[in-house]
Design a protein around this ligand. Sequence first.
Ligand code: SAM
Length: 255
Amino acid sequence: MKQDTLFANPQPLVDFTFDDAVADVFPDMIRRSVPGYETIIALLGGLAKHYAQEGSTIYDLGCSLGAATLSMYSQTRATSHLKYICIDNSEAMVKRCQSRLMRHMPETDLHVICESIEDSAIENASIVVINFTLQFLSTESRLALLEKVYQGLRPNGILILSEKLVFSDDQQNQQQIDWHHTFKRANGYSDMEVSQKRKALENVLIPDTYEVHITRLQQAGFENAYQWFQAFNFTSIIAIKSPLISPPPKISSNK
Ligand SMILES: C[S@@+](CC[C@H](N)C(=O)[O-])C[C@H]1O[C@@H](n2cnc3c(N)ncnc32)[C@H](O)[C@@H]1O
């Protein structure tokens, strides 16, 4: 795994992008930057095993190098006729994701697509994963994406949404940021690296509160949404589309 030293030296402030340099060090960067990332990825596999439906599609929106898909694939091989669709708008990520997944998932109905998830069609899905990606969309476009996901899910299908959080209580918010930075320093990042990366992400990663996420998921149609993971200011939520409720049988009146 190539070590992330992208912010180790003083540099002019430029907005963060998922370019070749980031894609090259991404596994190390996300593991040392997002508390609980590896746990979430591992547990996604178990959730996928539980919710994958035969003949359905599993989507990984904002897939980066395909870590979530690999975990889900490892646990859903027994489910027949599954299709896996991975989408990312970074060419650097998609190129690497494609060759990585083709190596690890041979003879699978796999599609790695380079486009904005705002433009993607979601159909016949039993599982949709948006792992630390909604936060990079403009806040105005987030509801439309979730509505599209809800419409594209089968009954009993799930969305797993992982995000960085902001807290409405200023004191708690600052505390959570401090704990997160302590986590990063414990993983070998210097104060300069923490500070330069934070500034580079400031205009690019716009976090919501947990309450905003839950309200938006409800607005999108999800009947149930629960937090299943939190480490400092990073969370993962599972949102479930209810089963179809069939109307009660008509009682024929024999006059
Ligand atoms: C933090 S990474 C996601 C990590 C990945 N889901 C995982 O579990 O390893 C965010 C990804 O979202 C992608 N992204 C950001 N905005 C996007 C958009 N509008 N459409 C598609 N991908 C997007 C970025 O290129 C990047 O690869």
